[in-house]
Design a protein around this ligand. Structure first.
Ligand SMILES: [Zn+2]
Ligand SMILES: [Zn+2]
Length: 307
């Protein structure tokens, strides 16, 4: 496999575990007060939106359209969680849909819960990004730039917090909050494949889970999502809380995003349609234009459903 290695000469394991250590040790150093609560809330929710709406629903699944500026903002917000580059992230996620819970799935919980949760991304064989994934973004060179230089985003946040409020702000708004965004995001790869209900008989082990949906701003409706991936919403029914989709609806009202894709009725009912079997990952790569993404003509189901 031809690939661009994003390690850039340093090992991911050390900084990864160092972040966890600082995130926990700081609890005994910096008092938790109202300011800390506000900082954690803001830096968690805004960046988690960058992951759910940005890295996941836009860059991986093209669930809506937007322009170059907001596209970059989404990439920057997601990058600020320090989960590596947006093209690396979305490429591996598309592979997860294509190969869910098979031997080739990079983070199936069948290989162990901690492997699915976080160890998979430390394995050297998962450090690279396929060249074709990067080429797909050649019309948006700023996305390729932020993919390679993703570290700029978390450093900008940390330095901004340091200059604004000192070490305590850096701890709560960056170290502690980042740890929450990590384990919130990672829980979809681990817990959302073992804990919850299965509405649709997908070929994988995905589940719907209210609590995971709450902490990830909507991603916990993971069985819905494996059933039909290319949508702006993962909560398919009004009672399935999906905060990212609510925010996207507001942004659509103001014209920041548009063409929000939602599942058609036959998908909601769990019916099978032969013409819609193409996995998301096999779709043509997105081509960014100044007006946004050009999308495939129809939205296929990511997973065939047994009726
Ligand atoms: Zn999954
Ligand atoms: Zn997905």
């Amino acid at each position: 496999m031809s690939s661009h290695d994003q390690r850039q000469g340093w090992n991911y394991g050390a900084p990864f575990y160092l972040m966890q250590g600082i995130g926990l040790a700081g609890l005994f150093v910096f008092p938790f007060d109202g300011t800390a609560a506000l900082l954690v809330f803001l830096t968690y929710t805004v960046r988690m939106f960058g992951i759910t709406a940005g890295f996941h629903r836009y860059f991986s699944h093209r669930g809506f359209k937007t322009g170059r500026i907001f596209q970059f903002i989404l990439a920057f917000l997601g990058s600020a969680t320090a989960q590596r580059g947006v093209i690396w992230w979305s490429g591996h996620h598309m592979d997860h849909h294509r190969l869910s819970d098979t031997d080739k799935d990079v983070h199936s919980p069948k290989k162990g819960l901690m492997w699915a949760h976080m160890l998979w991304m430390l394995a050297p064989e998962n450090h690279g990004t396929e060249d074709k994934r990067i080429r797909a973004w050649r019309h948006s060179p700023e996305i390729i730039w932020i993919d390679r230089n993703w570290i700029v985003a978390p450093v900008t946040l940390a330095v901004g917090l340091l200059l604004s409020g000192g070490l305590a702000w850096v701890y709560w708004g960056f170290f502690f909050s980042t740890l929450l965004t990590w384990h919130g995001t990672f829980s979809i790869n681990s817990l959302a494949h073992i804990w919850g209900q299965r509405r649709y008989k997908t070929k994988d082990t995905s589940r719907n889970n209210f609590w995971l949906a709450l902490i990830t701003l909507g991603e916990g409706w993971h069985n819905n999502h494996h059933h039909y991936a290319s949508t702006a919403n993962n909560g398919f029914f009004w009672w399935e809380v999906d905060i990212s989709y609510m925010v996207l609806r507001v942004l659509a009202f103001f014209g920041v995003v548009w063409d929000l894709r939602t599942p058609p009725r036959w998908v909601l009912e769990g019916k099978r349609r032969r013409s819609d079997r193409t996995p998301t990952a096999l779709l043509k790569p997105p081509v960014a234009t100044p007006e946004g993404q050009s999308l495939p003509a129809h939205t296929p189901a990511s997973v065939v459903v047994e009726s």
